[in-house]
Design a protein around this ligand. Structure first.
Ligand code: SF4
Ligand code: SF4
Length: 395
């Protein structure tokens, strides 16, 4: 089946090289799902990792991994956990392994349609009102959707269905706390992740409820249902980095993303050449910093360099891919999420200070190769150093 022209054109603008008619990725093969059914990932250390989120088996081993650090991290996850656990008895872990249910019905009367540009501008205003830090809009594209998801009662595959007639995807970015991210690796830093999942659950549900109240369909989604990275790039929010994250001009890689599938007619944003990928091509700071060498040093490929043979790698797109088993194995060892590769990325800045904005101006190619060379030397001279967790607690 040939790709619709509008998707082929946006692939070209995004620099995507996608195999023709790619099979949809199964969420059964996501490494976090495999941690519940695949003995190659479902190790005692992985089980202790999940138990630590319930304050069970939380290790006490020094600065950043004390009971106080785990207590804050787990409290940060609380609202996200409440959403994800409310339909567990039906086999759905909302926001992670299944879309978030419609908490409000679609209003029987639809508002009169307006110009797609007006509607898109209003949706962005509403998303920011509820707390989104970035918002972009793109066309729906089933190539990025999971072909199946797990029933979390049995960890067996079930269809990953969406309602018919959905046309657009609203992608929202949620910035993580910069100081907490500076403490990676630590359980304390995991509070930055948990806070944003709890935050994004509220934002995505409220924006979806607004759209349903207008009389249109809206499916609220966090990590479930579809790969958000290609959608975020297509919506113009950033470019793909060697560290497997979307690098944005505003926050670098320091974000989580949520999305809403809708039939509300909206004007779309296009992918943008921000000069970030060009910087990444000549940088390997994250790959060198990874303690288990799970990130590639070479050019984007179809998953050959560090993830050959892994079912968790999507081989339909030419991109940088990680060794997901090695990465998650390190998380299991830490009993918390690792994002060293987020912390050390030179794009991880708040951009509140003028010198950070000058660095970005140089790094993103406004002076071409020479500017990137200066920016790389600058980043090497002043790397993003780790903040000791006890210093975070000391304020
Ligand atoms: S999260 Fe940690 S272990 Fe995984 S790729 Fe990044 S630095 Fe490596
Ligand atoms: S550390 Fe360097 S290579 Fe890695 S994502 Fe950031 S800019 Fe790209």
């Amino acid at each position: 089946m040939s790709l619709p022209d509008h998707l082929a054109e946006s692939d070209r603008k995004a620099g995507f090289e996608v195999r023709p008619n790619p099979p949809q990725f199964s969420q059964m093969n996501d490494v976090f799902t495999r941690a519940f059914w695949d003995d190659r990932v479902k190790t005692p250390a992985a089980e202790a990792f999940f138990a630590s989120y319930r304050m069970e088996a939380a290790p006490r081993r020094g600065d950043g991994f004390t009971q106080r650090d785990f207590a804050l991290r787990n409290a940060a996850w609380l609202i996200s956990d409440m959403v994800s656990e409310r339909r567990a008895a039906e086999g759905v872990r909302e926001g992670f392994q299944g879309a978030i249910r419609d908490d409000t019905p679609v209003a029987p009367e639809q508002v009169a349609p307006r110009a797609p540009e007006t509607e898109a501008a209003d949706i962005k205003r509403v998303a920011r009102l509820f707390g989104a830090d970035l918002v972009g809009i793109t066309h729906i594209d089933p190539r990025w959707h999971y072909g199946e998801r797990p029933d979390v009662r049995t960890m067996t595959p079930v269809p990953n269905d969406l309602p018919d007639g959905l046309t657009h995807v609203i992608v929202m970015g949620h910035a993580m706390d910069a100081a907490l991210v500076d403490t990676y690796p630590s359980a304390l830093a995991g509070a930055a992740t948990g806070r944003e999942y709890s935050h994004e659950a509220a934002v995505v549900m409220q924006v979806a409820a607004y759209i349903r109240n207008l009389g249109y369909k809206a499916v609220a989604s966090m990590n479930d249902t579809a790969l958000v990275i290609p959608y975020a790039i297509k919506a113009g929010l950033g470019e793909y980095g060697r560290n497997q994250m979307v690098l944005t001009p505003e926050f670098g890689p320091r974000l989580r993303f949520s999305k809403i599938f809708t039939d509300l007619p909206l004007a779309v944003d296009g992918p943008r050449d921000l000069g970030i990928k060009a910087y990444c091509d000549g940088c390997d700071v994250c790959a060198r910093a990874c303690p288990v060498k799970a990130l590639p040093f070479g050019a984007p490929d179809f998953g050959e360099e560090v993830s050959a043979g892994s079912p968790s790698t999507n081989r339909n797109v030419r991109k940088w891919s990680s060794n997901a088993e090695a990465c998650f194995g390190y998380w299991a060892k830490l009993k918390s999420d690792c994002a060293i590769c987020m912390r050390v990325c030179p794009f991880n800045r708040t951009y509140a200070k003028w010198h950070d904005r000058v660095w970005r101006w140089l790094a993103t190619g406004r002076l071409g190769v020479a500017g990137r060379r200066i920016a790389r030397a600058w980043a090497a001279r002043w790397p993003r150093a780790r903040l000791k967790p006890r210093d975070w607690w000391a304020g």
